[in-house]
Design a protein around this ligand. Structure first.
Ligand SMILES: N[C@H](CCC[C@H](N)C(=O)O)C(=O)O
Length: 260
């Protein structure tokens, strides 16, 4: 069977997007999804995202990591899905959709800048050398000295597979403070099992963690990622972090067909 796919990237975090409103896609075929994401034997991507119908909201997001398994929320993928839905004419410039971590409100502008509301964050584990929180996906956040030369893959894998996070693991973010409202980060992504050029839930986790541990008092924070720039904004109150928004570009790259 030949299927149509669209390729999107959000600050270099890239995804195969499929319009599955007719429910044709074999959602349990882990090996197929892994092949479609393979950068030599397939299309190549950090993940694969299905756009599906939903009775209560504009659409449903189903996210798979490049290992072929369904996973937790993907921030950059969610932003790309909003731009994809706009390209298909499913939405105009504002939307509410459902994903594995609940409802998301979002907007997209004429320059393909997408602002996506993320879940509230009320539980933050502050340790001596790192912070752990869940922004729709689990994230370990650790400040390092020489981020530019840091071995993200080796050190990230060691923590992700180490005793800290057990079977489920975690995404691992290494951070450098640039100034009071700007941080640089590099992320080892669970389920990709490598460094990605950006991680949306990771950028969100870094922004909130840096505020929570007092590295910044700002509530709108710039995040330099390998593939570009993201902005995370939030309200902070006694219970935690609300009105959390992840904003940045989400670009259509190409469309094609592939035999599955
Ligand atoms: N790899 C993550 C999901 C995708 C996160 C990332 N691509 C993002 O933009 O949030 C996990 O399994 O927890």
């Amino acid at each position: 069977m030949q299927i149509e796919f669209y390729k999107y990237q959000g600050t270099g975090n890239d995804f195969v997007m499929i319009d599955n409103r007719s429910n044709f896609f074999p959602k349990d075929d882990v090996k197929l999804i892994e092949r479609l994401c393979d950068r030599r034997f397939g299309i190549g991507a950090d993940g694969l995202i299905l756009l599906e119908n939903d009775t209560e909201t504009d659409f449903r997001m189903v996210y798979y990591n490049s290992d072929g398994n369904q996973s937790s929320m993907c921030g950059n993928g969610g932003r790309c899905l909003v731009a994809f839905a706009n390209q298909l004419g499913v939405i105009d410039d504002k939307t509410t959709f459902i994903a594995t971590d609940g409802l998301h409100h979002a907007s997209v502008n004429a320059d393909s800048i997408v602002s996506l509301q993320m879940i509230d964050v009320n539980e933050i584990q502050k340790k001596d050398s790192y912070t752990f929180l869940n922004t729709g996906s689990p994230h370990h956040v650790q400040i390092v000295d020489d981020l530019e030369h840091y071995n993200v893959k080796e050190n990230g894998a060691a923590i992700r597979y180490g005793e800290l996070y057990g079977e489920k693991g975690s995404n691992i973010n290494f951070v450098k403070k640039v100034d009071n409202d700007t941080f640089s980060l590099r992320t080892y992504e669970r389920g990709v099992e490598d460094e990605t050029l950006a991680c949306g839930t990771g950028a969100t986790a870094v922004a909130i963690a840096m505020n929570a541990i007092g590295e910044t008092d700002k509530t709108s924070i710039n995040l330099n990622v390998e593939g570009g720039k993201l902005v995370v904004s939030f309200d902070k109150d006694n219970d935690g972090y609300t009105n959390v928004f992840l904003t940045g570009p989400a670009k259509f790259v190409f469309k094609g067909t592939i035999e599955i």
